[in-house]
Design a protein around this ligand. Structure first.
Ligand code: NAD
Ligand code: LMR
Length: 333
């Protein structure tokens, strides 16, 4: 029995994500919460002939609490998306408060659930959830995840495009580490399951890295004011959620990059801090998933000098983003 909850379920990501979760036969209950439209989305999805029992909730009558009670996994795509010219950090002003209030609800009604944070800026919203949980005395770093899977999905797609064969995309894996914004997104292309063509120039490599780092901007620009990635994000969010569920059911050996508190695995986290040369509390690292969430934080492995320089460039922005999220909760009552 798995109860999955989507907070922000009526939105651009929320609806297709809920659809994908409804198609997963492991999910037996699907609970949809938003400030608008969830009764309609739930009624619509409930006609699909898969096991999940679907229910929609709105804020009145303790809707958030009802949606969350008994949750095993909570996915949060609630909040405003970017428009052209904005950074993810520009979303902090609105989304920080939204994520804080939803996190308070989770801490009360479903403190043991796995929490998957999609709302931007992820580098700050994950620390916000963690700090709310700390204040409530229910913090377990193994169970809070920033969803960076879209960066991994993009890397697979763009590498297969470079290789001239999109049919490779589902098989190409590239670890993407760091965080989820611009230069904090660091693809370790030297570890791609499918090496780049021999003679691939530094200029082409720089272009490919830039495209992975700024893939979000590509979509924001193309949508021209109508928001950011929703469909590819729903796909990525569902993929990551399925991995969490499979690992929770006991499947071994599932590794995925995700933005976590490095205290989730003290030994692995400390080793990673040494590798990145800075005492950061959060980093998107290759994480081995287990029945309780984070089982092990893996090393970055062998990286090139160029990749080391990308990590070095990512660290200052990451540190600022993390601190911004932490102090938002520390300074609020
Ligand atoms: P959207 O505006 O289409 O949907 C957001 C939904 O959140 C809306 O339905 C809205 O009603 C709901 N909402 C607002 N306040 C709420 C609250 N207090 N409680 C519950 N629901 C609330 O936006 P979107 O395109 O779905 O994007 C959502 C967020 O996801 C944005 O912050 C965006 O930047 C982020 N995002 C992250 C990634 C990633 O890789 N992590 C990728 C794409 C988008
Ligand atoms: C993305 O990577 O597509 C998301 O973080 C949305 C955005 O603002 O770019």
């Amino acid at each position: 029995m798995v109860k999955a909850v989507v907070l922000g379920a009526a939105g651009g990501i929320g609806q297709p994500l809920s659809l994908l979760l409804k198609t997963n036969p492991s999910i037996t209950e699907l609970s949809l919460y938003d400030i608008v439209n969830t009764p309609g989305v739930a009624a619509d999805l409930s006609h699909i002939d898969t096991p999940a029992k679907v229910a929609g909730y709105l804020p009145p009558d303790d809707g958030l609490k009802k949606a969350l009670t008994g949750a095993d996994i909570v996915i949060i795509p609630a909040g405003v998306p970017r428009k052209p010219g904005m950074t993810r950090d520009d979303l902090f002003k609105i989304n920080a408060g939204i994520v804080r209030d939803l996190a308070k609800g989770i801490a009360e009604a479903a403190p043991k659930a796995f929490v998957l944070v999609i709302s931007n800026p992820v580098n700050s919203t994950v620390p916000i959830v963690a700090e709310v949980f700390k204040k409530a005395g229910v913090f377990d770093p193994k169970k809070i995840f920033g969803v960076t899977t879209l960066d991994v999905v993009r890397a697979s797609t763009f590498v297969s495009e470079v290789l001239g064969d999109l049919s490779l995309a589902p098989k190409v894996t590239v670890p993407v580490v760091g965080g989820h914004s611009g230069v904090t997104i660091v693809p370790l292309l030297s570890q791609s399951s499918h090496p780049l063509p021999s003679g691939f120039s530094q200029e082409s490599l720089d272009k490919l890295i830039n495209r992975i780092q700024f893939g979000g901007d590509e979509v924001v620009k193309a949508k021209d004011g109508a928001g950011s990635a929703t469909l590819s994000m729903a796909y990525a969010g569902a993929e990551f959620a399925y991995k969490i569920i499979r690992a929770a059911k006991g499947e071994k050996g599932i590794v995925a990059p995700t933005f976590v508190n490095l205290a989730a695995d003290k030994e692995g986290g400390d080793a990673l801090k040494k590798e990145i040369g800075r005492d950061l509390d959060y980093f998107s690292a290759p994480v081995e998933l287990g029945t309780e969430g984070v089982a092990k934080i893996n090393s970055l492995g062998k990286i090139t000098e160029h990749e080391a320089s990308l990590i070095k460039a990512a660290v200052p922005e990451l540190a600022t983003n993390i601190e911004k999220g932490v102090s938002f909760i520390e300074s609020s009552k």
